[in-house]
Each structure stands twice: as structure tokens, then as C-alpha cells.
Write a protein that binds this ligand. Sequence first.
Ligand code: B12
Ligand code: SF4
Ligand code: SF4
Length: 435
Amino acid sequence: MDRSLSTQIKQKARTLGFDHCRIVPTAEAPHFEFFQAWLARGSAGEMTYLLRNQEKRRCPAALASANQNRLRTMIILGVDYHQVGLPVDILADPSRGIIASYARGEDYHEQIRPLLYDLDAFIAAESGRTFPGKCLVDSAPLLERDWAQLSGLGFIGKNCCLIHPRLGSWLLLACVMVPEEIDPDPSQPLGSISLPVESLIAGLPWDGDYGEWKIPAAEEDGADPGTCGKCSRCLAACPTGAFVGPYHLDPRRCISYWTIEAKGSVPRELRRLFGNRIFGCDICQDVCPWNRRKIFRQPGIPGLTARAEQSAPPLLEGFAETDPYWLADEAFTARFQGTPILRPGRSGMLRNVCVALGNWGSADSLPALAKAAADRSPVVRIHAAWAVGEVLRRNRGLTEAGELLDDLLNRESDPAVIEEIHLAKYGQGGRHGLT
Ligand code: B12
Ligand code: SF4
Ligand code: SF4
């Protein structure tokens, strides 16, 4: 085991801008069985990429390509991204769309990947290796949280997030896998994490005392071992009831899944619960006591610095003729190039914005909704019609909203959109707010 290499890697990682660096030997993923049971109940939804490459997910050594020999060591890296919380009056302003904290700067994949290559090149130079290792940032079938916990970087909370005992859960994870045998950090003792998979899947009691697993050795001096203990704030705070129980989230009810990953229609019963969140959701982290200790600071990777205009944009801004970024593909790409907002695409974001406009329920949004209702995407038209219905519901007798729905009905040919317009105008159980 090379102890000095371990120290050098950590120093190099810090210089590159990583906040955490832990070293763990490659093994089998500790909670792969849970992951499989989670998949079996259909929790992946549209995220079908999670169904592929099961053997690699179980045993990351299988990620090695032919020239990489055995990948014996995983270097787990953590990047702290949370700079400053938005003021409450902005967060609660229904005329603005809230973007999750991790997505307020440049795309983290693009920012972190070159640094992983640099770290790998450094290790190769030190050990005399002539071929590259594997550099992964959410780009391979790897259960990143599982490995981060095993490496001792933090503990997995009931909200499923990897929580560092000093810095909380505002962390992005990445990994470099290399063939060198490098002195590992003390890891999470697996023997202490022994919740039966069936109970986890069925949903454990919220207030159970799941405090027996601890972080054995803290990376920074003075850090405490962490557990959730009897706390269950995140489970109670989730607006959509996405937690089946501690450590078990069903993405099909999660705002983050619907606003980032899913392309389809948001289930009607969830839309009102989204509030003004248009990309991702931080609620189950915002309420976590482990995040209270946070000292806000600039991220070590400058590209992740939050941009004011990408944090809580006014919902109607992107409909303006000068820069119609919710309506025109070129304007959307120009505004969000190199950022995570590109992932759902323009139509995905416009769908999300329509949900937020519906939740605002203001008559001021009707001209924007009329534009969205003319979009080429039926999913967008469905959500625009729903939002007009919400404006009508909140402003009984508002002629413009009723007329807009009539107009949409006359022009529409897609059966799913027609159904939504009908529901928007007549509601589930009869007429509402008709002129
Ligand atoms: C799919 C995915 C999602 C899905 C599903 C998330 C989920 N909880 O299942 C959705 C779209 C909902 C999502 C949302 C978010 N995500 Co996401 N996501 C992923 C992705 C690509 C795969 C995760 C996965 O495999 N999910 C399936 C479930 C079963 O796995 P898991 O949550 O990782 O859980 C493991 C452990 O909890 C463990 N486990 C199971 N049972 C038990 C029991 C005990 C007692 C313990 C201790 C552990 C444990 O087993 C599981 C399998 O190993 C990872 C990147 C990666 N390659 O890992 C990022 C990742 C998990 N996401 C990340 C982030 C930042 C987010 C959001 C905060 C973004 C946002 N602000 O909107 C939210 C947080 C939602 C939440 N509370 O989890 C970060 C998390 C960093 C961290 N500190 O934890 C990751 C690691 C990306 C990265 N590279 O940084 N995400
Ligand atoms: S990200 Fe939001 S919607 Fe998803 S589980 Fe957390 S609080 Fe619930
Ligand atoms: S809010 Fe409480 S239960 Fe949830 S992750 Fe944080 S400490 Fe654990």
C-alpha cells in the first residue's frame, strides 16, 4: 500500500478545487440489493438508463475497459456547491420560478470532468502508469452515494442524500477509478447497516431510531460522526409525499424527477404541489439540521458559482418578444448553453413553467399561457391548458380565461390536449368559473 501516494492525491484534489477526497478499495456496492428491489417496483420511471449495466453497478471493477487491467481503487470526490440561500420573499414569490441550488451555475458534469482527468493524470505520472483510469461524474452505472458513504465521506440521510458531518448535503459526487493499490481511508463499517431490504422497500417507520451507523473517521479535524437519529423533518417536509419511508424515495412523486428527468405529463394530482419550482427541488435538504451549520462561500470550482439570473427568474420573462427563451429553441439554447437547464430541453422547461404559472394563478399570465398553448409539443399544450384552468379557478368569471380555453378547443386536434382543455374549463365535477 502506498501511503505517500494517498496523501499526494488528497493534496492534488484540494488544489484542483475538490472539497473532499476519500479513497476506498473497489468492492461490491453495499446496497445493490436495495437498488434492484427499487427498480423492480418501477421506481425508475422514465429513467430507463438505470435499468442497464446491472453487473457494472453491482461491481464497479467491471467498468474497466480491456486496457485498464483491474481497477483496484476508487477515489471519491465531493464538491460543495451551495453558496447562499435565496431570501424567503424570493423563494415564496409565485411569479418567479425557483431553480435548484446545484443548477444555478455551469453544468457540473462539464466543470468537474476535466479536473478528474487532471487528477488521474497526476496519479498515473506518480505511479508510472501509461494508460488512463476511469473518470466518472454521473456518467457511468455507479451508485455514487453508496460509494461515498462507504468511503467515509459522509452518511446517507433519511432523505437519501449523502451528508457530510460538517458541510451538510450540498455536495456533488464524482469518482476516479485507478488500478493502483492506494492506502484507503477508514470506511463505513457495513456490519452496522443492516436494515432488511423488504422493510426499506415497504417503508420503515419515520421516527425509528436509525442512529447506530456512524462515520468512523472524519476527514476534517473536529467533525462529528453523523446520523439522522429520530429526526424525520425531510420526510414530513416533502410537498409531494415522495418518500415511501426513510432512505426510500419514489421519484414518480418527486419534483426533481418531474422537472428534470421526465419528458411526459406531470400527474394532475401532483401539479398544485410543485409551487413555483421549475427545475429540481431542494426542500428535503433545506429543512435538514445538518445543513444549518453551513458557512456560505464561493465554490472551489469557479464555474459552479450561482448566477442571479439563473436562480429565480421571473416566470414571464422568457415569453418577452425581445428574448423569448421559453418559446424559441435558439433563444433557449443561447441562454442556457453549458448549464444543467438544457437537460429537460426547452419543451420540458416550458412544461414546468406552465405548472408554476398555474400555481401562481394570476390573470397577468394569460398572454404567456396563450403562447405556450400554441407550442408544437402536446405535453406543453396540456400543461398550458391546465394552467389556464387554474387561472380561471382562482379568478371566477374571468372572461379572458374562459374565451382562451374555447379558442384552444377549436384549434386543438390532439385527444389528450382536448381532454385537458375540457377539464380546465369544466373541472372534474362540473362547470367552474364559466362566463
Ligand atoms: C437517479 C437520480 C436521481 C433521481 C432519483 C433519486 C433517488 N433518491 O433515488 C431523482 C431525479 C429524483 C434525483 C433527485 C435528486 N438528485 Co439525483 N441522482 C440520481 C443518480 C443519477 C442515480 C441515483 C440512483 O441510483 N438512485 C436509485 C436509488 C435507489 O439510489 P440512491 O438514492 O443513490 O440510494 C442508494 C443509497 O441510499 C443506498 N441505500 C439503500 N438503502 C439504504 C439504507 C440505509 C440504511 C443506507 C444508509 C443506505 C441505503 O442504496 C441505494 C443504492 O445504492 C445519481 C448519480 C449516480 N450515478 O449515483 C444522482 C445523485 C444521487 N443526485 C444528486 C442530487 C444533487 C440530486 C438532487 C439534490 C437534485 C435537486 N436539487 O433536485 C435531488 C435529491 C433528491 C433526493 N432526496 O434524493 C447527487 C446527490 C449528492 C448527495 N449529496 O447525495 C447525485 C449523487 C449526483 C452527483 N453526481 O452528485 N436524482
Ligand atoms: S427533492 Fe423535493 S419533491 Fe423530491 S423528495 Fe425532496 S422534497 Fe420531495
Ligand atoms: S432532515 Fe433529519 S431525517 Fe432528514 S436527512 Fe436531515 S437529519 Fe436525517
